[in-house]
Design a protein around this ligand. Structure first.
Ligand code: GLU
Length: 293
């Protein structure tokens, strides 16, 4: 009897060891130890897992996506999606170093290795793909326009064609480029800052007549100050959000795509949305198809 129990315990221990050694698919949670995953030698996943730390570029000024508040840590949908990836890497959340990545610097911080990945309302496009690679998309936003609540003169991008209205956007962003198609005179009408909260303040202070960027970013500002702002009209572009990684790192890109697909299926992607930007009135929609180019 006693022998049988010892044998059974030994078998259970062997099984547990075997499971830990397999790695790659545990939840990195309590009991198993965050470092129990294993990845193919020489991959970015292995390097990060061994280091048990990761640097992530995100926004610090965008409510619902990446906003650094009193906690000192950014909060939002991009932050939650990044945390899902970090968990899959077997790295504890408190080992993430968050780096502010305004629109203009995103490719640079990936190329020069300041960060390991960027999750920052980052539209996938061919121009950016010349320097970096994208996993995803994990969400599709669209460009829109923020105006003062009592404004009746701006109803969409065509309202800038008469040359009288000033619109603010951010250097290095897709909306800053797109709006040039509509303004009569870029030099006098387009005001560029490095972050969207500066645009939002300029609108509130009356220095500009509108702010343009993705609808979900603007909805975040409306949610924080409903008495002051509203959207003017419908979305007029499609902005699929991707996770930026080094251009040549196909293994890491594939790993993130696999992780996103898993998160679409297991409810963690939806929960990330519901806990963050989903509170501000935008729709999540159905899970996008990741683009494994
Ligand atoms: N999604 C757009 C972009 O990647 C606008 C938002 C942003 O600047 O982060 O340029």
């Amino acid at each position: 009897m006693r022998m049988k129990r010892v044998a059974a315990l030994a078998a259970a221990a062997t099984l547990a060891l075997g499971m830990a050694a397999c790695g790659g698919d545990d939840d990195g949670g309590e009991g198993t130890g965050a470092g129990s995953k294993s990845f193919a030698a020489g991959t970015t996943m292995e390097r990060l897992n061994k280091a048990q730390s990761i640097k992530i570029g995100t926004k610090f000024d965008q409510p619902g996506f990446g906003l650094k508040g009193l906690s000192g840590k950014p909060e939002g949908f991009d932050v939650e999606v990044a945390k899902i990836i970090v968990k899959e890497l077997g790295i504890p959340e408190d080992k993430i170093e968050w780096v502010e990545a305004p629109s203009k610097v995103r490719e640079d911080v990936i190329v020069n290795g300041t960060v390991d990945l960027v999750a920052a309302t980052y539209t996938i496009n061919d121009k950016r793909k010349e320097r970096i690679a994208f996993a995803g998309p994990y969400y599709e936003a669209g460009q829109n326009i923020l105006v003062k609540k009592d404004d009746t003169t701006i109803t969409g991008p065509d309202s800038f064609k008469d040359g009288t209205k000033k619109v603010c956007s951010v250097t290095g962003s897709t909306p800053a480029e797109e709006i040039k198609k509509y303004v009569k005179d870029v030099a006098t009408q387009l005001v560029l800052f490095d972050t969207y909260d500066k645009c939002k303040d300029a609108l509130k202070g009356g220095q500009v007549d509108a702010v343009t960027t993705d609808n979900v970013i603007l909805l975040g500002y409306i949610a924080k100050d409903e008495a002051s702002f509203k959207l003017a009209g419908d979305n007029f572009t499609k902005e699929p959000y991707g996770i930026g990684v080094k251009k040549e790192d196909t293994e890491f890109r594939n790993f993130i795509n696999d992780t996103l697909e898993k998160a679409f299926a297991d409810g963690s992607w939806k929960k990330a949305w519901d806990d963050t930007a989903g509170k501000f009135g935008a729709e999540l929609g159905s899970a996008p198809t990741v683009n494994r180019y």
